[in-house]
Design a protein around this ligand. Sequence first.
Ligand code: HEM
Length: 423
Amino acid sequence: MQSFEEIDFFSDNSLTYDPQPYFEYLRSKGPAVRLPQRGVVAVTGYDEGLAIFRNEERYSSYNAAYGPNPLPFEPVGDDITDQIASNRGDRSTFNMISTYDPPDHTRLRLLLKGLLTPKRLLENEQFMWRLADGMIDEFIGQGSMEFISGFAGPFATLVVADLLGVPEEDHKKFRRIFTEAGMRLGSIDGVPPQESNPLTRITGHFYEYIEDRRKNPRKDVMTDLALTKYPDGSLASVDDIVNLSAFLFAAGQETTVRVMAAMLMFLCEDPALQARLRAERSLIPNFIEETLRMEGTVKTGFRLNKVQTEIGGVELDPGTPLMLVISAMNRDPAKFESPHEFRPDRSNAREHLAFGRGIHACIGAPLARAELKVTLERMFDQTSDIRFDEAKHGPAGSRKLDYVPSYQARGLAELHIVHDAKA
Ligand code: HEM
């Protein structure tokens, strides 16, 4: 195996299973460190990361989806704000809400807030309880299952479908599109072909829905979506609505699914903790926060430095790509005591950065938290015990767990469980 000094974090599969020793090596060099590869500066310090998340004036989100790849322009001068604005082209990589800076970001964020009203979120949560019951009924009699494909994936897809008012008769179609797609975020196995991108297919459906509802308004959520207005009262463009809707599917899939699996993994690993949580359900919310801190799905995020500055003792020229190592910030010993220990009672667990911070902070966080809670509550309601399927993952002490090969996403590729249905 290569030394940490030589290893390329962006393509080396050996860091997929457990990247934490590598992140500790980076931390030993300081809260920010320039990597030998691709001119990227990696930030592992909690305070330094928070400062970057909160400073959109200095740090652009241009490369949030583009990662460490070489910029499509040569940075010139002491402020590259204009160069960033004129180098977006029409590639989706540089044209989604998570990559925009104000004022474009502000316009879309307000639009999104209008879609995710407290009323809509409440109705959506009621749907989640029904959906979880129905889906658990599908597998409860089998005694064992692969949790990600059998529950978490379709559950997350259908929750967003309901949120956006996709007609129930199309839910099966959406479930199929995402089941066929697999992992994409920051894949170190190369970028899957565009035609297999579920978002391309989802976008097509949303154009049809929105145009139909604009011509034939009905009393349904999709009509509300189609008639969404900007804060100044004008009708939102169809492109903005469709792109945001598709983006919600992308942002709310992989992320939630892998944390759901992590939750169950911790409970399978620690039967005493599982018994305690079953008996004291009020502990569930903090258990979820600790799971997000330890195994949040967004391992790394990216920013581009617009002007000359310094972070953690490292000088940054304009155009320096910054990798915010969220998984390392969440284990910064200056912030979290014994950071590598899973402590469901940790008093500051909720201060993790798993949902980011600042203007781009995850707008789906309340939805994700509700999904995680509903899933766990209903799994506890319907089962008396959940364990690893040792035929697939091996016995305690020599577990075999595979993680998705990605420099951006963290999460189990599969989780096979055995469960006892309640009598
Ligand atoms: C456990 C699950 C989730 C995690 C760990 C997560 C994590 C994140 C993180 C770290 C960011 C900030 C990225 C940055 O600053 O560059 C983000 C942004 C975002 N997330 Fe989530 N997310 C989750 C679930 C969801 C869900 C369920 C939705 C909606 C259905 C969602 C929608 C979004 C959107 C739209 C953004 C972009 C916000 C903006 O740029 O203004 N996320 N998420």
